[in-house]
Design a protein around this ligand. Structure first.
Ligand code: FAD
Length: 424
């Protein structure tokens, strides 16, 4: 591989960049090859940590030139942050961490032949493959809601153009309209995030559209951080946010895009703006490569994150069945580091150690009122189990909450620098 390809980011034209050689385990025969699919939080972290080891040849496949973080995207919806401040290029990873980045999508994996095929026709061989494609949506579970409907009723659950669309709709909405959020069934990406979104949009309404309301139609009867959210909603936004659990409505069954309405078992609700967050499953390449089980997610070994269905392929991030670990950026980053060390150990024959896994989330109730949780996890009996847990309490002082909000902003800068190898 030339220095040019190592540093170059760009769409590669059709022909094969690397012919598929017979797969080789490269101990003692030059650098082992690891291919990483997905340059989001999990994939970028694995690539960065493996690249820094220098003894491994790392190639990262990602179709987009930039990554927009989902975390803090509800700040953008509420007009509190620009999208540019949430957008990261992959150049720093390529240049600073010895990674070849190919701007393309993986369309097929051949586990027996240890090769990946890209949309542009390139075929890459690997010694180890890491799959980190995030989530896909179960379109069709809500009648009438598909990719076209999402252009009118955005999910904004993958940040970027969908977030921009939802922001435009909220800005142009008349004062007095109802913003409907359809909250998905478990398990889904970032359990507190639909309710954080409601809180920050309520903050925006309070200032700019004070007659408007938010209606959360939930597919569940309870949700993560419920007590903390409901306490905050009564303090900050009385009469603005209404939450209807599934037991009252039977959850959303259908949408009517033309009429901008959502239909539950017994009622139809008209929305000025509708944010439909569908049920979720592992990123599509996971399903296609036989990495998913009947749950729609990828089972993995909790020490190395190697698939329990396809040896030699590791999966990290939202696509996995994470045991007690929630689907979050912090989890994806923690899993990615464990996975990188697991791969390095198996390629060099050094011993494997059970990883310490972490998740810490900051959740905003208002710009200066945030709560946090911090959890540690360890592998136990083939699963990832919680070891210790801290969560903020209802009744904390305004000063504690204000400091938590400040810490969250600091965390954002440090965390994204860890993942993408530089600041925003
Ligand atoms: C509104 C919202 C708020 C959130 N807030 C927080 C928070 O405060 N804290 C927190 O920790 N987490 C938060 N999250 C969750 C967090 O964003 C995700 O858990 C995290 O992004 C998961 O990382 P990932 O690598 O699995 O997926 P992603 O970061 O989505 O990356 C997947 C990547 O794979 C690429 N890809 C997919 N298929 C292919 C393919 N076939 N070939 C090549 N590339 C492919 C995609 O283009 C994408 O870049 C939030 C999420 C949402 C929606």
């Amino acid at each position: 591989m030339t220095d040019w390809t190592r540093r170059q980011i760009g769409a590669l034209a059709g022909g094969a960049l690397l012919a598929v050689a017979a797969p080789h385990t490269v101990r003692g025969q030059g650098r082992a090859k690891v291919v990483v699919i997905g340059g989001g939080i999990g994939g970028a972290t694995v690539a960065r940590y493996l690249g820094d080891m220098k003894s491994i040849d790392v190639t990262l496949i990602e179709p987009n030139s930039t990554h927009v973080t989902c975390f803090f995207s509800s700040h953008y919806l509420a007009g509190l942050r620009s999208l540019a401040s949430l957008t990261f290029g992959l150049e720093t990873l390529a240049e600073g961490h010895d990674i070849t980045i190919i701007r393309d999508s993986a369309v097929a994996i051949d586990p027996a032949g240890r090769a990946v095929e890209l949309r542009g026709g390139t075929k890459l061989s690997y010694d180890r493959l890491v799959v980190a494609p995030g989530i896909a949506f179960k379109f069709g579970e809500i009648e009438g809601y598909d990719e076209d409907a999402a252009k009118i009723m955005p999910h904004a659950w993958i940040a970027g153009p969908q977030s921009e669309l939802l922001r435009r709709q909220l800005e142009s909405m008349d004062d007095g309209g109802v913003f409907v959020i359809a909250a998905p069934p478990n398990p889904f990406r970032c359990p507190p995030a639909p309710y954080e979104r409601a809180s920050l949009v309520a903050y925006y309404f309070k200032q700019f559209k004070p007659k408007s309301k938010i209606l959360i139609l939930d597919a569940k009867d309870q949700f993560s951080g419920q007590e903390l959210f409901q306490d905050a909603w009564s303090r900050h936004y009385p009469g603005i946010i209404e939450w209807l659990p599934s037991q009252f409505t039977g959850a959303i069954k259908a949408v009517n895009v033309a009429a901008r309405s959502v239909v539950t078992e017994g009622e139809t609700f008209r929305a000025a703006v509708a944010n439909i967050i569908p049920a979720q499953k592992a990123g599509l390449i996971g399903e296609k490569a036989g990495l998913t089980d009947a749950s729609g997610w990828c089972p993995v070994d909790p020490v190395t994150f190697e698939s329990t269905l396809q040896p030699g392929i590791h999966v990290v991030g939202d696509s996995i069945i994470g045991g007690d670990m929630p689907k979050s950026a912090f989890s994806a980053n923690s899993q990615a580091k464990a996975c990188a060390f697991g791969i390095a150990a198996s390629l060099t024959g050094s011993p494997q150690f059970p990883p310490h896994l972490f998740n810490s989330c900051y959740t905003f109730l208002a710009p200066d009122d945030a709560f946090t949780n911090a959890l540690t996890f360890a592998p136990e009996g083939g699963r990832i189990k919680t070891v210790k847990m801290f969560i903020s309490k209802v009744g904390e002082s305004a000063e504690v909450r204000r400091r938590t909000a400040l810490h969250a902003v600091g965390w954002y800068s440090a965390f994204t620098a860890d993942v993408f190898g530089g600041g925003p």
